[in-house]
Each structure stands twice: as structure tokens, then as C-alpha cells.
Design a protein around this ligand. Structure first.
Ligand SMILES: [Zn+2]
Length: 656
């Protein structure tokens, strides 16, 4: 401690606050995170130099290997092994921690309890994952532990106790928490058949364990098992180190929610260029009291751990993290001495920007008045992209906890593939709800006649005055199932069933019109809802039809009587988020330029010019941080208007 204070004074840094449960550094400090994901052969790395590289990057939080598969310190816990490459007597983690703290860098220790070494299996085979053929799951000589066995539930706690008592860590991160469905090569693991799983599953579901993994009860069982262990880890960490954060890929019991923006060569196209926005928006707004750590995974796929994804992709992810209230966070395999430097070179200017303007990134909260719920991935992504392209600020939530928090209200909730019945009260109390998809509605909106199978049909548009974005078309495409609703007195859309489409001479010669509605509005209590009984989100995700975009935008506008929060001339590929910093009494408008993305490529974005923004709020000052320029603000009908003269990859406008 003495050394760190002396060093801190020499370096002109304030020593790190030893945090208490009340002070949660991950919510109160600006964070720039680097993860050096060490191999066991990296145990000889020069810790001092590595920390210097991290500090110079400039990062202020280091996610660094501590224990589990191998320990990067001389552990005294039985059946826990130091890296075979760790020189005798060396404490790599301790050295790095001391050096980092002396430089004001937070350190999060990394554990992986999902696998361990053969002697542990030989001593306690019952702690381990058992395949349906009775064999253990072995990968590169390591044995998979089972989340329900005592390796996770007892032995890990002994290892964590040692680490927490020995090291003043700022947090612990757990990789691969729980039983994965596949191994690193993508081969399925199947459901674990160990005795602990057998007993627990039988007790919970009153039937034997399934032998295949595609079983809803089993999925729920695995998630519940991981939550149980997470609760134990959280409790231990909070007791031993009240100021340390518990981090893993889970919303429950954690202090920070980990996620990754990553790629995989087998993944179906299209790419999802909103990956980081999606992860951070969802985590921050599902659990607003927790930080979202979205790691930008620099590698292309497991087989190419040292080859990085395009530089434009890396920068886009990091800017999106920041625009949605998370820190820039970058992960690499091995040390900072990378053979492919593209990833680090791309991330560095973003980290420098953050260091220069770190006050912008503390205590951000979403100011969005529209909430997007999760759902079928394609349907959800269709709405996600549409909202972003339309510059409608929105928050994403996986849960309905906000229904019970008076401070969190929304003008409109969008359920892209069916709405939970719990939303009934929200609507009756005056909320607006847009439901889409082929799950029959749980709220009173239209009378269901029946569910219809996959249909290649069209929707007839009747009244363009009600749907002004559709004034140049009378048709929308339907390729999928739909829910047939009873006819309406004044329909806006009606179904044109499949008709002949070839040869050209015969096209639609047999076409008929129906009264089956494709959109219905209803009042409910003091609120209003709309139902689109087909998968418009999924179709937009797949085809980007301007008809589907226009329909979604017009329905949203009809449900927003006060109008949109933002009106702008920005190109659809400029992502705009609206955040507040309540403690600083100001609003931040982030602009992320996605124009560098095309097909499978990410390039430097094209510079945009003269973006006018009208925000439905009373501001007198607009400061463009990157341009270092005050923008003249004019007031128009209760809104504040300014023009951003230039946008490169990213900009923040501070509104006061
Ligand atoms: Zn098991």
C-alpha cells in the first residue's frame, strides 16, 4: 500500500478509493477497459511493461487472468494449479495488480471454472460433466465441470476465498459460466447426466433428465442452476470485498453485465452492425443499476484468435458502447504484443477520445421515451434497425421491471413478436402499445378468427391519409404466417391472398380482395394500442422494404400523440442516441456514423454534413464536443434546433 501511495504521488495520480458497497466504482467512474486474455504460456510476461502498455493506451481498467483453469499466482488451494509456465515463486497476478493500482488502474480478475485439469477429475469424477454415453467431456486435455457439481458449488468458493483474501481486486469476471451447449469446436455437449443434475432435475420437474438438449425444461433448469451458483459467488465477493464488482454474462446477481460483440465464420448473414448498441442498450435498460460491459472481441473466430476483424467494425462497436451508456471495452487473446496490430490501432483513438472527454461517460442514463421489448430475433432486429434509422430514441428491455418503478415511464412500448399480458395495466393507465407478430394478442385488439399458415400474399393499402409514408404504394408484401382478425368497418390494410404469378400473361388474373385486416387500432382504458397481425419486423429485417418501414413508422407516429423526441435531417445510417447525465443536469446527443458498413465490409464512415436536429426540449446551449464548437440554438414550437456542420465517425452534442 505504501509503495502504491508513493508511486501515485510521483505519477500525480490520486490513489484508488478502496470502495465500499455504497461506492460502486463501475457506476461512478469513467472506464476504459482492456482485457488481455492470457494463455498459460504467457505467465512469463513482463507485468510492469504490460501495465505500462495498458496505461499508455490509455486504458484505466484491466481484465486480467487470475485463476480457474490455471492460476497466474502461486495458489495454496488443493486441486487448483498454477500455470506450468509460471516461474517458481512468481506471483504474476499480484505483480500486475500492484503495478496497476500504483498507476490508478482498476484490475478485474478473470476466472474460468467451466473446465479444469485431470488430477481434479481423478480425485472427484462426480464434480464433472457426464455425457449421455457416460464419458466426461474432455477438450484439449481439460475436463468440463458441471454447474451442479461441487467443483462449482464448493471448491470454487474455496479458490475464490483465497483470491479475495489475498488480492485487493476491483472485480471478478467469470468466463463461460455454466454448462455450455457446445465446446470450442462447436460440437454439441448434450445435457449433463451427472448425479447432481439427475437428482436436481427429477426433484424440480418430476421426470428423468432428457437425453437431448432441445428441451424447454432443461434450458430453464440450466439457467436456474447458473443463477444459483451466481448468487453464491456474488454473496462471497460482496462479503470479502465489498467494493469489488461481480461480472459475468448474466443479468441476475451481477454488478455488471458482460456481453460480447463478436463474429463467427459460420454465422448466417446479414451481419448485425448494431451488435454493440443492442448489447449495451439492452443491458443498461433491463438493469439500470448495473453497468454494461460489452467486450469488443478483436478476433474473427476461435480458429483465428490472433487475426482481427476490420478496423471500422472495432471502432463502430466502441462508439456504440459509449453512445448507449457503457464503457469502451476491448478484448485480445494473449498480451498487448499482438502480431496483427489492426485491432489495437483501431481502438486506440477511441480510447484517447474517451480519456480526453471522460466526464461525458459517467452516470449516463437513457432519455428515450420509447421502449422496445425483446422477442424473436429477426422481428426484434427489424424494429431495432427501423427505430435507429428513423432516429427515434429507444430503450430495450428484457424484462417488465419498469412497470413497477414510478420513475420509469414510456410514451410507447413496442412488442415485436407478441406482447405479455402484464402490459394490460400499462395501457389501461394511458400507455401506448404497438404489438406485431403471429402470437394471438393477449390484449383486447381485434377479434381473432384463426391462425393462418405461411402465406405468400400482399396487403392492400386503403387510406394513405392515415399512413402518409405509403402514399406512393398500394401494396405491401407478406411472406409468412398471419393471424386472421374479424373484418373492420374502416380497414387500413386488407389481405390479397396468393394469386397466380406466372407466366406474366397470367399474373394476378385470378386475384381476389378480402376484408381480412392487416392492422388494427384499439382504445383500451385510457391507453391506445395497435396490432399488426403478421411479422412486419422480421420481414423488414430480411428485405428492408420501404413499404414495411413506412408502415412501422406511421403506426409509431400515430401512437405518439406528442410527436417524436427528435426530428432530424440525418441520414438513416447515422445512429442517434439521447442520454441524460442527471448529476450534471445535461443531455447528451450521441451520433454514430454507420455509413462505413456495407455487406460484409466495415470501412471508415463517409463524412456527413449539415445535420439539423430538432429536440423536443428546451435547450439554450448545444456544444459539439469533437468539433469543439458552440452550435447556435433556435427555438421552434417548444423545440430546440441546431445544425451540426460535420460528422466524422462519432460526435457528442452536449445540450443544456
Ligand atoms: Zn451435471
Amino acid at each position: 500500500m505504501y509503495l502504491s501511495i508513493v508511486l501515485a504521488l510521483i505519477c500525480g495520480l490520486a490513489p484508488l478509493q478502496s470502495a465500499t458497497r455504497e461506492s460502486r466504482w463501475w457506476m461512478e467512474e469513467p472506464i476504459r477497459l482492456l482485457q488481455t486474455n492470457l494463455r498459460e504460456t504467457d505467465s512469463t510476461v513482463d507485468g510492469q511493461r504490460l501495465v505500462r502498455q495498458v496505461a499508455d493506451f490509455p486504458a484505466n481498467t484491466l481484465l486480467f487472468n487470475l485463476g480457474g483453469i490455471v492460476a497466474q499466482y502461486p495458489t495454496d488451494v488443493e486441486l487448483h494449479y498454477a500455470s506450468p509456465h509460471l516461474p517458481p515463486g512468481r506471483d504474476l497476478f499480484g505483480d500486475v495488480l500492484r503495478e496497476a493500482h500504483a498507476r490508478g488502474i482498476r484490475v478485474i480478475g478473470r476466472f474460468d471454472f467451466s473446465k479444469t485439469q485431470k488430477p481434479v477429475f481423478d480425485a472427484h469424477p462426480e464434480w464433472f460433466f457426464k455425457r449421455t454415453n457416460g464419458e466426461p467431456a474432455i477438450y484439449n486435455g481439460l475436463y468440463s465441470a458441471c454447474i451442479n457439481g461441487k467443483y462449482y458449488r464448493e471448491h470454487a468458493l474455496a479458490i475464490l476465498t483465497e483470491a479475495l483474501e489475498r488480492y485487493e481486486v476491483d472485480g471478478l469476471f467469470f468466463n463461460m459460466f455454466g454448462n455450455p451447449s457446445t465446446d470450442y469446436s462447436g460440437d454439441p455437449m448434450g445435457p449433463c447426466q451427472c448425479d447432481a443434475c439427475k437428482v436436481r432435475f427429477q426433484a424440480r420437474y418430476g421426470r428423468p433428465l432428457p437425453t437431448t438438449r432441445d428441451d424447454d425444461d432443461y434450458a430453464e433448469f440450466m439457467a436456474a442452476s447458473a443463477r444459483e451458483v451466481a448468487a453464491m459467488f456474488a454473496d462471497l465477493i460482496h462479503r470479502k470485498r465489498p467494493g469489488a464488482a461481480f461480472l459475468t454474462y448474466m443479468q441476475e446477481h451481477t454488478d455488471g453485465i458482460m456481453s460480447e460483440s463478436n463474429t463467427g465464420v459460420e454465422r448466417p448473414l446479414p451481419l448485425w452492425p448494431y451488435s454493440a448498441s443492442d448489447n449495451v442498450n439492452r443491458a443498461r435498460n433491463s438493469e439500470p443499476t448495473k453497468m454494461a460491459f460489452n467486450l469488443c472481441m478483436s478476433f474473427v473466430d476461435y480458429a483465428w484468435r490472433f487475426v482481427t476483424v476490420p478496423q471500422g467494425e472495432i471502432q463502430l462497436r466502441l462508439y456504440q458502447n459509449m453512445a448507449h451508456g457503457g464503457p469502451p471495452a476491448m478484448a485480445m487473446l494473449g498480451t498487448m504484443d499482438q502480431e496483427d496490430r489492426h485491432g489495437l490501432l483501431a481502438a486506440q483513438p477511441v480510447f484517447r477520445w474517451h480519456a480526453q472527454h471522460e466526464d461525458l461517460y459517467v452516470g449516463q442514463e437513457s432519455a428515450a421515451r420509447v421502449l422496445l421489448l425483446g422477442g424473436d430475433q429477426r422481428s426484434y432486429r427489424g424494429f431495432f434497425r427501423l427505430l435507429s434509422e428513423q432516429h427515434i430514441p429507444f430503450a430495450v428491455s428484457d424484462n417488465l421491471d419498469w412497470l413497477h418503478e414510478r420513475s420509469r415511464t414510456f410514451d410507447l412500448v413496442i412488442a415485436p413478436s407478441g406482447a405479455p399480458a402484464e402490459l394490460d395495466r400499462y395501457v389501461r393507465d394511458g400507455g401506448a402499445l404497438l404489438v406485431a407478430g403471429t402470437a394471438p394478442p393477449t390484449l383486447p385488439v381485434g377479434r381473432v378468427v384463426g391462425q393462418r399458415p405461411h402465406t405468400r400474399a400482399s396487403w392492400r393499402i386503403h387510406d394513405a391519409s392515415m399512413l402518409p409514408s405509403l402514399k406512393h404504394t398500394k401494396l405491401l408484401l407478406l411472406d409468412g404466417e398471419y393471424v386472421e382478425l374479424a373484418p373492420l368497418e374502416k380497414p387500413l390494410l386488407t389481405l390479397i391472398p396468393p394469386a397466380m404469378f406466372g407466366p406474366p400473361e397470367k399474373v394476378w388474373v385470378d386475384k381476389v380482395e378480402t376484408e381480412i385486416p392487416g392492422l388494427v387500432f384499439a382504445n383500451h382504458g385510457k391507453g391506445r394500442l395497435a396490432y399488426i397481425p403478421w411479422d412486419v419486423g422480421g420481414l423488414y429485417y430480411r428485405h428492408s422494404s420501404q413499404g414495411h418501414a413506412g408502415l412501422m413508422a406511421d403506426v409509431i407516429d400515430r401512437l405518439l400523440p406528442e410527436g417524436r423526441q427528435i426530428k432530424t435531417t440525418a441520414h438513416p445510417l447515422v445512429e442517434i442516441t439521447l442520454m441524460t447525465q442527471p448529476a450534471r443536469k445535461r443531455t447528451l446527443l450521441h451520433l454514430v456514423n454507420l455509413s462505413g458498413h456495407s455487406d460484409t465490409a466495415y470501412f471508415e464512415p463517409i463524412e456527413m454534413r449539415d445535420i439539423t436536429v430538432e429536440a423536443a426540449q428546451d435547450f439554450t446551449r448545444a456544444t459539439a464536443v469533437g468539433l469543439d464548437q458552440e452550435l447556435p440554438v433556435t427555438r421552434v414550437n417548444g423545440s430546440s434546433r441546431f445544425t451540426l456542420p460535420r460528422l466524422g465517425a462519432y460526435e457528442v452534442v452536449v445540450l443544456q
